[in-house]
Design a binder for this molecule. Sequence first.
Ligand SMILES: Nc1ncnc2c1ncn2[C@@H]1O[C@H](COP(=O)(O)OP(=O)(O)O)[C@@H](O)[C@H]1O
Ligand SMILES: [Mg+2]
Length: 423
Amino acid sequence: MATIATRVVEGLGLGHAKLHALSPKHPSPFLGKKLRSQSLSLPSKRAISNLVCAAGGGFFNLVHDVFLGVGVGLPCTVMECGDIIYRSTLPRSNGLTLTVPGAVLALGALSYLWATPGVAPGFFDMFVLAFVERLFRPSFKKEDFVLGKKLGEGAFGVVYRVSLAKKPGAKEGDLVLKKATEYGAVEIWMNERVRRACANSCAYFVYGFLESSAKKGSEYWLLWRYEGESTLTDLMLSKEFPYNVESMILGEVPDMPKGLERENKIIQTIMRQLLFALDSLHSTGIVHRDIKPQNILFSEGSRTFKIIDLGAAADLRVGINYIPKEFLLDPRYAAPEQYIMSTQTPSAPSAPVATALSPVLWQLNLPDRFDIYSAGLIFLQMVSKKYWYVAYCYYFYLFIFGKETQLLNMILGILPRPATSCT
Ligand SMILES: Nc1ncnc2c1ncn2[C@@H]1O[C@H](COP(=O)(O)OP(=O)(O)O)[C@@H](O)[C@H]1O
Ligand SMILES: [Mg+2]
């Protein structure tokens, strides 16, 4: 290969040299030599031959240069053909050179693209994953379901246990259906995002669609896999708490005497699972805004606690369900500042711009602290549940000093909460 290449290059080099050897003494008319007009009188044969000999080289060179100049080529029988190789005398470049400022700049750009809530994963999710998922997901309609027991009814929807009507192998009631009016679209968006980014943190979302009827108007139908029957509230209300959770998480009762050490371990495990789920949500840019024991469900399949009810959540990577001067919260568990970001923050721009700017806003406001505050309250409730007399003293103190709102909030919750959080 190398030999062939050398020969080709040599050949071309010779061709190139020949072109100029034809008129070594006459510079090209394109380099400033004035063209002299020839006499029009008819010359003799000999004179012509002399003229050709004398001026042949120059004329040939002129014709050649004219054709080259206008970009027209004569046939190779008339003019020299072949490619010209130009070799630069500048020092050769070694390709990509790594310099210290270049490396620092590249690292800075990479860490920005991957900083919470993640610009690069955000674009990948928006333009690739969401698109691919839409192509392959199964779709359902109203007639596909048989309604079962009602599981809950909130301000924004009713939740039922349901089963698939036509699926022969389906277990009875292995799905959960929420019929939602307000915030239904937001909840579908959040659940789809969570399923792509951190499916293990929340109840597994199956499908969501809009159902319109003349009688009820428009309703969003949302479907999840049935995860289990107990929320953290149900478990905390039991006299056995936290030992009732222990057997559910471990599948067996450990050979250890009951006491503070054992209780600590169980509560630590619950908190670890909750914080892990929250961390996954936050790292994808979602702030839940309604973390409370009622929205923490024990999944019997994975033996872990999962988060449900994403209707109040805000996706700060793209700005969905985020309005700077509006808040959505449960006063019993919400952080005292009420807003997840400064109210001076402008409304979200278009999704790609919001995604590109999201790490800056996230670092300035640290909105994940809103959910962490609620998680802290849940922790207090779990650890102080045993010490009910402390709680009653606190209730009594509030009653004496006329702090009815606080008292009502606490009675609606399970146990006392720090006074700072009651506004
Ligand atoms: N995936 C699920 N598996 C089992 N039960 C569920 C599931 N999702 C919701 N539930 C039950 O439905 C109740 C209400 O659900 P939620 O989404 O919190 O609705 P709401 O908006 O009414 O608060 C929960 O407290 C829980 O008991
Ligand atoms: Mg709920």
